[in-house]
Design a protein around this ligand. Structure first.
Ligand code: SF4
Ligand code: SF4
Length: 211
């Protein structure tokens, strides 16, 4: 018997008594961490008004350009949100979304959160554009969603997925490690310098107009 077969059998025997790490999905589901980032939810206040004030900050923060908003002025008699405006249209393109949570972090009113729903399937690509009607909490429901768990600072002993120097995501070498580049320094030298092209031409064009 070759050494490789013995080695393989030893590995099998070693793992025979261990609990499996797999689960029988969909009958059984894995418990997700509290800060899991899945499908978005738009929240309401207790009085039923929508938290979203149509400020576009989430769309601006989204690195995947996945959020499309059209804001409209609230009517004085029956406002939709407590702000001047509300989101008349609020779409999230789930095919573009990378579930980074920047939209949630950017929102000043806690209107948008990423929740634990991850079973997102559809037959047609257009069905992955989730509209406001699908995202907004139903009337009579008002929750803060995962904002509750994100409000607390991370526990000191929380396991870090990659070695980090400062225990916060700060774009240091940890980000390179996360994508498999080890400790390659993220600062890269500028290889091409074209001083003429890089010059701020606005000044010269301004002074030419003034002439
Ligand atoms: S989770 Fe990230 S990628 Fe997805 S919509 Fe929000 S900001 Fe955009
Ligand atoms: S979800 Fe939040 S950040 Fe986005 S438009 Fe509404 S209020 Fe602004």
């Amino acid at each position: 018997m070759s050494f490789d077969i013995l080695k393989g059998m030893a590995t099998t025997l070693k793992n025979m008594g261990r609990k499996p790490t797999t689960v029988s999905y969909p009958e059984e589901e894995r418990e997700l961490p509290p800060r899991f980032r899945g499908r978005h939810v738009l929240h309401r206040y207790d009085n039923g008004l929508e938290r979203c004030v149509g400020c576009y900050l989430c769309a601006g923060a989204c690195p995947a350009d996945a959020i499309y908003i059209e804001a409209e002025e609230n009517s004085e008699d029956s406002p939709t949100s407590p702000g001047e405006r509300y989101a008349k249209i609020f779409d999230v393109n789930m095919l573009r979304c990378i579930f980074c949570g920047y939209c949630q972090a950017a929102c000043p009113t806690g209107a948008i959160t990423l929740e634990k729903e991850y079973k997102l399937a559809a037959y047609y690509p257009e069905d992955f554009i989730y509209h406001k009607e699908q995202l907004l909490e139903p009337e009579g429901q008002s929750t803060v969603g995962s904002n509750e768990v994100w409000a607390e600072p991370a526990p000191q002993d929380a396991a870090q997925p990659v070695p980090q120097e400062r225990k916060v995501f700060d774009g240091s070498q940890a980000s390179a490690a996360a994508v498999g580049l080890g400790n390659v320094h993220t600062e890269r030298p500028v290889f091409l310098v074209d001083e003429e092209q890089d010059a701020d031409r606005r000044t010269s064009s301004r002074s030419e107009t003034e002439k």
